[in-house]
Design a binder for this molecule. Structure first.
Ligand code: KG4
Ligand code: ZN
Length: 339
């Protein structure tokens, strides 16, 4: 018997709903992005984000059910991102999911946003099963995870300051690119010379799998400020390409090292930054040199979406791991508590 789950994601600036069968088969994955609304402010405005979620959630959920062709009465559970994220945004999804689960008389499953990103990487790979190592690189997180088994996570390292996507967005802004800057910066970098400027790589202690990108960010911003003060016009594509190289080299080297440390030969890249082709190329070639299989999702499963939440929820469903009807939303949430 197959399990059909309707999942809802509203942790940041995407309102999304999906119907997923058995954790892998995506019947629908509707994503309404608020990017155009927040662009004018150069970043996500939490108050506006929650209002936008409220405005769109009903139509996005209805559309997900319509496109899936799965009748509402055939749904087995309602899943929802319970955190981490913007509390006002999360609450919209959580309240909606609670009401739906209650009215349909089916279980409610709260899901950690990062385990969602991780399963976004797993669900698109054929026959990929844990143990595996995952690098989750998004706007809010740079996290290296050893996944021993389904829903069983060990955080090996995380960012001590800015996340990879956050740094990409801030540098992109300094280069005059619109929010969110990751994709625009990738585009600009294609025209640049990656070896033009030697920006610093922060390796931290030899055995650490943590990341720190604020030094790299300052170094790029200082480079641009110094040039401006001298009345020079630096080549922006060179800056973009050299900056990406410094950021991605650290991500690639630490991810492969984490695999070797755990004697694990499957590496998954996920989160919004996983949409970047240069990052995939760098991790891919280093992984191949070390006989590690490298997996990454298609772009639609990299950035925020509900299908990835529906995938995690399937594994929770088969373990009878349901949430109470009093489920709350959490701005901060530990990934290791997902089980
Ligand atoms: O996973 P996500 O959609 O939201 C969070 O959970 O944070 O990630 C958004 C981040 C943003 O920082 C955005 O600039 C970055 O992913 N991003 C990219 C690309 N597309 C999105 N970064 C680099 N290259 C891209 N092509
Ligand atoms: Zn995300």
């Amino acid at each position: 018997m197959s399990i059909a789950i309707l999942a809802i994601e509203s942790s940041c600036d995407e309102t999304s709903a999906a119907v997923v069968i058995d954790g892998k088969e995506i019947k629908s994955n509707i994503i309404y992005t608020q990017i155009a609304t927040h662009k004018a402010y150069g970043g996500v405005v939490p108050e506006i984000a929650s209002r936008e979620h409220l405005r769109k959630i009903s139509s996005v959920v209805k559309e997900a059910i319509r496109v899936s062709n799965v009748p509402m009465e055939s749904l087995d559970a309602i899943a929802v991102t319970k955190g981490p994220g913007l509390i006002g945004s999360l609450l919209v999804g959580v309240s909606y999911a609670k009401a739906m689960a209650f009215s349909l008389g089916i279980p409610l499953i709260g899901v950690h946003h990062l385990s969602g990103h991780l399963y976004g990487g797993i669900m698109s790979a054929e026959q990929l099963e844990p143990p595996l190592v995952a690098l989750i690189a998004s706007g809010g997180h740079s996290t290296l995870v050893f996944m021993k088994d389904h829903l069983n996570f060990e955080v090996m390292g995380e960012t001590r300051d800015d996340a990879a996507g956050e740094v990409l967005d801030k540098v992109a802004r300094a280069l005059g690119l619109p929010y969110p800057g990751g994709a625009a910066l990738e585009h600009m970098a294609m025209e640049g010379d990656r070896t033009a400027i030697d920006f610093p790589r922060a390796w931290l202690d030899e055995n650490s799998f943590d990341f720190s990108f604020s030094g790299l960010k300052s170094s790029v911003l200082n480079y641009l400020n110094r040039a401006a003060m001298k009345g020079e016009n630096p080549c922006f594509p060179d800056v973009a390409a050299s900056f990406q190289e410094a950021l991605f080299e650290v991500l690639a080297v630490k991810s492969v090292k984490a695999c070797k440390e755990r004697s694990c030969y499957d590496l998954v890249l996920s989160g919004g930054v996983a949409a970047n082709n240069r990052l995939k190329e760098m991790i891919g070639s280093l992984a191949a040199e070390n006989d590690i299989r490298f997996h990454y999702p298609p772009k639609v499963l990299c950035t925020d979406n509900a299908a990835m939440i529906g995938s995690v929820a399937y594994y929770k469903f088969i373990q009878n791991d349901f949430s109470r009807s009093s489920l709350n939303a959490f701005a901060n949430l530990n990934l290791e508590d997902e089980k």
